[in-house]
Unconditional design. Structure first.
Lengths: 367, 397
């Protein structure tokens, strides 16, 4: 039993730690977040050249075929630097869904295009009910055409490959359509995380390709949502770790009453709690990644444990980091609000703590 | 990262499980041994440890030449888990096995090891820890109990408090001041004291649960031979710190199984307790709270696994034990509060009420949990340790 990174996982972590802060420092994050879709062509090219866009795809599509613990390692490093734009939805969300679908021409083409850095992808799930389970999916595909509205679609303006979760009669259906197809219109939903943009997507008699239906679609979506949720939890760990460092560094240098404020226990204890929240979130996220990879019997519970805990922990760590900074923490120029915003958006994405606690309850109380 | 147990670890678990199936007492009810008095209770635990020792399972983490098995840290956790899973009673000499024995192994002379270790394993001699004093709790290094050289002996005067097992102990790992002129951390020495020496007086200290787990111990002109100094004179702080590190690292090891079993029991009760005309287990608020506790118990287990993986690589417990200590103690307080809410008015009933669930277990656990964030280093001290030793913030005191 060894609950720690293997040598190759550690190497991956080290190379991610070298790559991301160098290629996407926070000044770049601030620049890119002002672009529509927070999508920067040059950054994307770099991500593809270094293999990050293909990391969890099969080698036959040009990917690296890495596992889910490796995915968590990379996500954590991306979360540290607030990697902006459509990477997460392209690889960890849409990519996970494509991987879980049966192989066919449309799916394979999209996977290859992502690996090669030619296209981006996203998943359109939520509708007006804003439910994270498929119970809220009402939109119908009729005779191969889609009409209706999807909300909270991440990165839709940059994602050539839109995977829309809809219904074919009573059955769930996973459909694929280009975001510039005739009848698709995309509007921004300006929201709290400036580094990852949300969109409302309207479909008017749009011709789509159906990739899967019924149980096959539900199984693929469940698997993809679990994987994306774990990736997000790991990304949140990276964010928490970074803001803890920022707060601790500030507490060591900022002086009041002639002393570094980190010498005061009230401040020390805030920092200690941030570490506790970070490390506990990390234990949960990595266990969930491992459990999903190994198809452990408690994998789905582990996913909800990780997401419910990280959802509250990241927000709480953000509160404390800003509190340690005093007034400086409340300014636009200080970077903490970028993390604080990301924390809130991440808390909401794929179900908040209450959503995942109810999922836990179904698995451990009702069982 | 591989959370599967190796074949050797699995074999260790299987052997222990088989041994426990044959040897763990069947009349242990979870908290109390059959019989009434504390002495009867303790004699029972002592007999149990003797059986564990004879089976070769006592002090498994100790080196082979000291009577242990040289078990890895992962095997130690497996041991704790299997003991909890079998609902086996605790071992009588828990402080000797987990804290004081390892400290003697690290700092003791050959003669001390020869004299003390086997009797710790067999529970022939029970040990207690003389650390805290009325005016030296969190600020342990300011303790005042003094040991004055007298020929080849020391003469000890002072008072200790919160001494678990003081009333049952044959020996005590005692921290004393030997150099009052030195800075407070530099003038301390650890002595191994025979609790039957003239001048040692043990008084019970009744806690809010009504039990007397702890004692006050008074020392009046107690004579201790210099051969019983553990480590070097005036190096007692380092010796004691080693003991405290073991305490934080190991105290929580099997707790997730204890909590997990209690949680399963609470869920079972929640299915039968009425809440607004339906089982409490279907109440959305109750479900949220129970799920939160489940998640935290699970995270406590996972933190523990990560921590032991780190220790198994670095070889020694470190300050990250403080995170574990904060986590399990604060979690248990939240857990017991949720249990009170789920069980409703019945939760307050104590042992002796015919209407109580589980013989008053829940009222007891609620009160006992209150001590968790104080014993073995308060949450405040643990956060200071994290702030200074892990995060590198300047010392506040």
């Amino acid at each position: 039993m060894q609950f720690g990174l293997t040598e190759t996982q550690q190497l991956l972590k080290n190379s991610a730690r070298d790559f991301f802060p160098a290629e996407c420092p926070v000044a770049e994050v601030r620049r890119i977040m002002e672009i529509d879709g927070a999508y920067d062509v040059m950054l994307w090219r770099l991500l593809a050249e270094h293999g990050w866009t293909g990391m969890i795809f099969d080698e036959e599509h040009g990917g690296m075929g890495l596992g889910l613990v490796e995915m968590a390692v990379a996500a954590e490093e991306m979360g540290r630097i607030l990697l902006p734009g459509p990477y997460f939805s392209t690889v960890f969300l849409a990519g996970a869904l494509l991987n879980a679908l049966p192989k066919n021409t449309g799916r394979n083409a999209c996977a290859t295009a992502i690996c090669e850095g030619r296209e981006r992808a996203t998943v359109a799930l939520l509708e007006e009910s804003a439910r994270w389970d498929t119970g809220g999916v009402r939109m119908q595909v009729v005779d191969g055409r889609l009409t209706g509205r999807k909300l909270f679609v991440p990165d839709a303006s940059a994602a050539e490959c839109l995977l829309a979760i809809v219904r074919a009669g009573d059955e769930l259906a996973i459909t694929q359509v280009h975001n510039a197809a005739s009848g698709v219109s995309i509007r921004a939903m300006p929201s709290i995380d400036r580094t990852r943009h949300l969109y409302a997507v309207d479909f008017d008699q749009v011709e789509v390709e159906i990739l899967a239906t019924g149980d096959e679609a539900q199984r693929a979506l469940d698997r993809a949502m679990d994987i994306a949720t774990v990736a997000l939890a790991a990304e949140m760990v990276g964010g928490m770790e970074r803001i803890t460092e920022i707060a601790v560094d500030y507490a060591k240098t900022r002086k009041q009453f002639g002393k570094p404020i980190g010498q005061f226990q009230a401040v020390q204890h805030q920092c200690a709690d941030m570490l506790l929240l970070t490390e506990s979130s990390r234990s949960a996220a990595y266990y969930a990644a491992w459990a999903l990879q190994e198809n452990a019997p408690d994998a789905r519970t582990a996913v909800s444990v990780a997401k419910s805990y990280a959802s509250e922990a990241y927000r709480e760590a953000g509160n404390r980091a800003i509190q340690v900074h005093g007034g400086m923490g409340f300014t636009w120029e200080n970077d903490l609000h970028l993390y604080y915003r990301r924390a809130k958006a991440s808390e909401i994405a794929f179900g908040d703590a209450a959503f995942h606690r109810e999922r836990i309850a179904r698995m451990v109380i009702d069982a | 990262m591989d959370l599967n147990y190796t074949a050797a670890e699995q074999k260790f678990r299987d052997e222990l499980r088989a041994w426990l199936a044959d040897h763990a007492p069947q009349d242990w009810t979870g908290r109390k041994a059959p019989g009434h008095t504390m002495e009867e209770h303790f004699a029972y635990l002592r007999a149990w440890q003797k059986r564990v020792y004879e089976g070769g399972w006592a002090g498994i983490s100790w080196p082979r030449q000291c009577g242990g098995r040289g078990a890895t840290v992962i095997e130690q956790v497996i041991f704790t888990e299997e003991m909890a899973r079998a609902s086996a009673p605790p071992l009588a000499n828990v402080l000797g096995l987990a804290l004081i024995g390892p400290t003697i192994i690290a700092h003791g002379t050959a003669a001390q090891k020869e004299r003390f270790l086997t009797k710790i394993l067999s529970a022939e001699e029970i040990w207690c820890q003389g650390f805290s004093e009325p005016n030296a709790g969190s600020d342990l290094a300011s303790l005042l109990t003094e040991a004055r050289p007298d020929g080849s002996d020391f003469i000890v005067n002072g008072q200790k408090v919160w001494t678990s097992y003081g009333w049952a102990a044959d020996w005590c790992e005692l921290v004393v001041r030997t150099d009052p002129a030195a800075p407070k951390h530099k003038g301390l020495t650890v002595l191994l004291i025979d609790m039957r020496s003239p001048g040692v007086e043990v008084r019970p200290l009744r806690q809010m649960t009504g039990e007397s787990e702890f004692n006050e111990v008074f020392f009046r002109d107690v004579r201790v031979p210099a051969a019983n100094v553990l480590g070097a004179v005036n190096n007692g702080w380092n010796v004691a710190l080693g003991t405290l590190m073991h305490e934080r690292a190991t105290l929580g090891a099997g707790l997730h199984i204890v909590y997990s079993r209690q949680f399963q029991r609470l869920v079972k009760l929640a299915h039968s307790i009425d809440r607004n005309g339906a089982p409490a287990a279907r109440d959305p608020v109750v479900r949220q709270k129970l799920a939160q506790i489940y998640a935290e118990i699970e995270i406590m287990r996972l933190n523990q696994m990560r921590s032991i993986s780190r220790i198994s690589q670095s070889g020694a417990p470190g300050p990250e034990g403080s995170i574990q200590k904060i986590f399990w103690s604060e979690l248990n307080q939240r857990f017991q509060q949720v249990a009170q809410e789920v069980l409703g008015p019945f939760a307050q009933l104590e042992k002796g009420s015919e209407f109580a669930f589980d013989d008053g277990q829940w009222a007891y656990s609620y009160l006992r949990a209150r001590g968790n964030t104080i014993e073995a280093g308060t949450s405040e001290i643990q956060r200071n340790i994290i702030g200074h030793f892990v995060l590198g913030l300047p010392r506040s005191y």
